[in-house]
Design a protein around this ligand. Sequence first.
Ligand code: KG4
Ligand code: ZN
Length: 348
Amino acid sequence: MRYILGIETSCDETAAAVLEGRRVCASIVASQVDLHAQWGGVVPEAAARQHVERLNPILQQALDEAGVGWTDIDGIAVTNRPGLVGALVVGLAAAKALAFALNRPYVGVHHLEGHLYSAFLETPDAPIPFPHLALIVSGGHTELVLARGHGDYLLLGQTLDDAVGEAFDKTARLLRLGYPGGPQIDQRARLGDPTAFRFPRAKVEGWNFSYSGLKTAVRREVERLEADDALDEATVNHLCAAFQQAALEPLIHHALDAAHALGVDTLTVVGGVAANSALQAQMRAACQQAGLTLFIPPPRYCTDNAAMIALAGYFRLRAGQCDDYDLDAYANAPLAHRQSDTSTAPNA
Ligand code: KG4
Ligand code: ZN
């Protein structure tokens, strides 16, 4: 299993990658963000149509950059869950067609399993450290997962309402900062004072998260400031800084608390929100103080990409797992279950 082709089309990035073993030879991402910005969010129909138009040239570009031909590909990994079904089926159909035409195995990968492995794309020669804790923070997910081995994951906590990236995007929309909002808030927060406003930190059971209360608190504050005609640029920066701090604190606190309680010494932060500069700085400081080893991928592997899907697929294909041509795409599918749930079957 030398060369693996990865395909990712679960949301608004059309992505293809080629790995040689665990080493990334090419990772191409065509973002649709400019298209969806006009609507202030991802429009599923438009996303699917863009994938159809872009996937073939992106695949060819990945092969060209890797310097390999189609027949060099030994296996194919494709995101088949969770995501926008119309978007997922574009990548899945391409993977099936290539697997058939090239007579190679292919495997469907859970999008979050890809994010989980993204932490180790930069260290292809080191073994994957198990067990480790993964804090998965993206536009659609906020999960704290214990990775015990390849394909062996335990859900420790998750959001009870909005995902943290969604909270960033909604807050940015409220402040008219454009889409996607995470990077905008990150930038603005650097210029603001996080103590200028005090927003609530959600109190939820266990290592779960909640962002609806924070979202409402920010909305009320913005409405009050607008009524007073006091929403100037400096105030927007303070709001961003205060919101960001309130959003990040539970993530850092729960991750460190879980690592301590379970005696795990390695932590990863993955997904689009892992690109946040304050989250990175605060997590680094907290892990250093607690003596934990921290892995955060570089920004290009935090947001959606196909290299992470190829890496997750690499381990599955290497273990002899591959899928039939009747594999489907699923909008919702858990990566992991809680310990009390006996149906733990990550790739069922
Ligand atoms: O992982 P991802 O690319 O897509 C999903 O699987 O959801 O994550 C996208 C999310 C968006 O909500 C975006 O606003 C957020 O990641 N994001 C950030 C930053 N960069 C991207 N959030 C906070 N700070 C950032 N620098
Ligand atoms: Zn993602």
